[in-house]
Write a protein that binds this ligand. Structure first.
Ligand code: FES
Length: 154
């Protein structure tokens, strides 16, 4: 359902005011800001020195979306949605840590390598249509510039 943006018409402000106070309190404006600005632009997620070793990770929310940023085996920095592709459980629960052995979902113990590929589906015969080859973590975009790691969904 479409909503009418609070920005569709100019606010009726007294001549002494320059800012509409609704930008600080209106949840509709906040959601629109999340969608059109925070989720659509590159976000600084960490300094690469925070991820010195393969498997080091930081978990964050960007525009309300959980992401995990990690140092992979080839020393690149990857960003994934912090969501298990099986049933959507959160993969990483700590704000930071090391997952050198891979990311393992707590629910059904599916395991993912640091490049996002699924390496283990426990009791796979019970999951019709799921295969290691077809199952990967969903990537967010990541970029490294001047030792800073950035993430985007755009
Ligand atoms: S929800 Fe992650 S393995 Fe089932």
């Amino acid at each position: 359902m479409d909503h009418v943006s609070p920005w569709a018409t100019a606010p009726n402000l007294p001549s002494t005011h320059y800012v509409d106070n609704r930008i600080y309190t209106d949840p509709v404006i906040f959601e629109e800001e999340r969608e059109k600005i925070l989720a659509a632009t590159w976000r600084l997620v960490c300094h690469e020195s925070e991820l010195p070793e393969p498997g080091d990770y930081r978990a964050k929310e960007i525009a309300g979306v959980p992401v995990v940023i990690l140092r992979s085996e080839d020393r690149s920095i990857m960003a994934f949605f912090n969501v298990c592709p099986h049933r959507g459980a959160r993969l990483v629960r700590d704000e930071r840590g090391n997952a050198k052995k891979g990311l393992q979902c707590l629910y059904h113990l599916w395991t993912f390598a640091l490049d996002g590929k699924c390496t283990s589906i426990t009791r796979s015969k019970g999951y019709d249509g799921c295969s290691l080859k077809k199952t990967t973590l969903d990537c967010a975009l990541s970029e490294r510039k001047s030792s800073a790691a950035w993430c985007s969904f755009a």
